[in-house]
Design a protein around this ligand. Structure first.
Ligand SMILES: NC(=O)C1=CN([C@@H]2O[C@H](COP(=O)(O)OP(=O)(O)OC[C@H]3O[C@@H](n4cnc5c(N)ncnc54)[C@H](O)[C@@H]3O)[C@@H](O)[C@H]2O)C=CC1
Ligand SMILES: O=C(CO)COP(=O)(O)O
Length: 362
């Protein structure tokens, strides 16, 4: 009995501490790490809501330019920073004094960012990220990477969904999802962004949100390749739909909620990036489909293309889970084994006949 009461008291204290941390996250400024397109757009969205936001980028010259011009002319030209947004120089001081860190760097720089904040981050300061992808080589989910680097004490959250940076920066209507195992933190983080032009939904399914946001990038490359080859709208719709089946299989195998894949971070982001030319993953596919070599296509796009990094790791996770992801497999063959995209499409079409749905067994 005494043990039970002790445990209840401990739980109550943890709750009080967590509430204090969460309230602090709302009052103290948010530090955004990564002054690319997405980090800047998210920083602008929070600052427009009056939340004091600090933006840090590793390129000192770029930061100095942003301080002077009050815009990010490199990634989001012509959109002025709100008053509550400042570009900071001293990242260590900012990490120590902020109420929440939001990481928005490419997946290859994610661990490096966690390692940079870890020694200076105050205990229990919440950390979120908008990075989409898996850990290079190991294919670990970024949530697991963050937990193992930062330990158990920091509330963590993932931001994902159909949201091109340029449209968010331009204040065009957008909806995305915040996922966290800590429901209070999810709500508070969503509240920092929520506005008449930005609807932010919350969920606890961090796994499903990360899988959707990662695999859709690989599938956007496949849709781009198909469109670059001139294969038409039927082929694109088939790739999106069968691609969705691949996402669902991986998500189910890893223990995510199927429902999540039918939400903003799943089908929402898949449709966005497979169909709109703002997507850099789709742009890479288009260039390959139109005849450029993979190397030349990467140079031609010249921007962050997460699907190029995620493709191998997604395939690795699929093999570990013993599931088929034929579209992702063909994208890997084109990107890394020199396959001709036409051969890959043939390989997909020539797969054995299959049922889309089989009757339930009584
Ligand atoms: N651009 C978009 O519309 C969206 C992007 N995302 C995701 O956000 C992440 C970042 O993408 P973007 O901002 O678009 O990329 P970006 O290419 O516009 O900018 C990336 C920024 O990260 C910086 N960077 C690279 N390595 C770094 C490091 N080690 N430390 C600090 N900064 C570093 C670069 O200097 C650059 O400023 C990606 O995972 C992407 O998939 C998610 C949703 C929308
Ligand atoms: O994730 C995105 C929008 O939700 C951005 O997609 P790209 O990285 O393909 O440009």
């Amino acid at each position: 009995m005494r043990d039970k009461l002790k445990k209840q008291e401990q739980k109550r204290r943890i709750n009080i501490q967590e509430t204090a941390v969460s309230e602090q996250a709302n009052l103290l400024p948010t530090l955004v790490l990564g002054a690319g397109a997405w980090g800047t757009a998210l920083a602008m969205a929070m600052a427009r809501n009056g939340h004091e936001t600090w933006l840090w980028g590793r390129d000192k010259l770029h930061c100095a330019e942003m301080q002077t011009s009050r815009e990010n002319a490199k990634y989001l030209p012509g959109i002025a920073f709100p008053d509550a947004l400042s570009v900071v120089d001293d990242v260590h001081k900012a990490i120590q004094n902020c109420g929440h860190v939001l990481i928005s760097v490419p997946s290859k720089a994610f661990v490096e960012s966690l390692q940079m904040i870890k020694p200076v981050l105050a205990a229990r300061t919440p950390v979120s990220w908008a990075t989409k992808g898996l850990a290079p080589d190991t294919g670990e989910l970024l949530y697991d990477v963050a937990r193992s680097v930062l330990g158990e004490s920091h509330p963590l959250a993932v931001i994902s969904g159909p949201s091109f940076a340029a449209e968010v920066a331009a204040n065009l209507p957008t909806a995305f999802t915040v996922a966290s195992e800590d429901g209070d933190f999810a709500k508070q983080l969503a509240g920092l962004f929520h506005s008449p032009t930005l609807r932010v939904y919350t969920t606890y399914d961090v796994l499903g949100v990360q899988i959707g946001g990662t695999v859709k990038n690989v599938l956007a490359i496949s849709a781009g390749i198909s469109d670059g080859l001139g294969y038409g709208a039927n082929a694109r719709a088939a790739l999106i739909t069968r691609g969705m089946a691949e996402i669902r299989r991986l998500a189910a195998a890893l223990g995510a909620e199927t429902e999540t894949l039918f939400g903003l971070s799943g089908i929402g982001d898949l449709i966005l990036t497979c169909t709109d030319d703002q997507s850099r993953n789709r742009q890479l596919g288009l260039a390959i489909g139109r005849g450029l070599s993979v190397d030349d296509a990467v140079k031609f796009v010249g921007k962050t293309v997460e699907g190029m990094h995620a493709a191998r790791e997604v395939m690795l996770r699929a093999r570990q889970a013993d599931i088929e992801m034929p579209i992702v497999e063909q994208v890997c063959k084109i990107l890394f084994e020199g396959y001709d995209p036409r051969e890959s499409v043939q390989a997909l079409l020539c797969r054995e006949q299959k049922a889309e749905l089989t009757p339930p067994v009584n």
